[in-house]
Design a protein around this ligand. Structure first.
Ligand code: ADP
Ligand code: MG
Length: 230
């Protein structure tokens, strides 16, 4: 089943005559783990923002076959401000909030959902800590737990491991892979790190303003191999 259709999408920022993303098309099927790779400035973040509606699409169409609530997005984050006052528990719990609800009101069910997310990402012992005081890897797990509270069908992550050390990154990718397999969560993740990603994703899309490659990990490796040989 198709969850998302990106059809001839081009995106230009206001006042910029060049496209940041040009004529990109692909579908995401239920259960896939797709990695969007490309160097800095290749249009990964712009495309993801276009998909979730944070930037307008200049040309083409984005068709979501699922409800907006069934899609969770975790934007590219830099280190969270040290003085940000919320605790880990408050941040994860806020992920259960429905759209359009103005005052936070958490039901027993919301609390149970947040607790389960804390368990899944092994952050229980951090519950009362302020997020600003945590390490980058811990912060990422908190934000992922928050996104997870919605039990999304489609999880869109923009460089979730930027700035993290390789061991923590590896662990994080393994966790995502587990969610993909055991929870049947469809994942679209951007990364500029081509090597590490390859062991977990089921499919790779290479961006360089346009879509340069789209295929399985095996096909992608084969292509890299033949590039090296020439
Ligand atoms: P990536 O995520 O692959 O590093 P981006 O999508 O952030 O790439 O950037 C693609 C292009 O769009 C770059 O040339 C970048 O300078 C430009 N760009 C990104 N964000 C903005 C913005 N808010 N306003 C204008 N140009 C932008
Ligand atoms: Mg980016």
């Amino acid at each position: 089943m198709k969850l998302l259709e990106v059809k001839n999408v081009s995106i230009a920022y206001e006042g910029d005559k060049n496209y940041a993303v040009e004529d990109v098309s692909f579908n995401i099927e239920d259960g896939e783990y797709v990695c969007l790779i490309g160097s800095n400035g290749s249009g990964k973040s712009t495309l993801m923002k276009g998909i979730v509606g944070l930037v307008p699409v200049t040309k083409g169409q984005i068709n979501k076959e699922i409800a907006p609530e069934a899609c969770a997005y975790m934007g590219q984050v830099n280190m969270i401000d040290k003085d940000f006052p919320a605790t880990v528990w408050e941040i994860v719990l806020s992920g259960t909030q429905k759209r359009g609800r103005r005052l936070p009101f958490y039901s027993k069910k919301d609390k149970a959902t947040a607790k389960e997310a804390m368990d899944t990402f092994e952050i229980n012992e951090l519950a009362d800590r302020r997020i600003g005081n945590l390490s980058g890897g811990q912060q990422q797990r908190v934000l992922l737990a928050r996104a997870f509270c919605r039990n999304p069908k489609l999880l869109i992550l923009d460089e979730p491991c930027a700035g993290l050390d390789p061991v923590i990154t590896e662990e994080f990718y393994r966790l995502l892979s587990q969610l993909n397999k055991t929870r049947h969560m469809t994942i679209l993740m951007a990364s500029h790190d081509m090597e590490q990603v390859a062991s977990y994703a089921s499919r790779v899309i290479v961006m360089n303003q346009t879509k340069e490659f789209d295929g399985s990990i095996a096909q992608w490796k084969e292509r890299n191999q033949s590039c090296r040989n020439f």
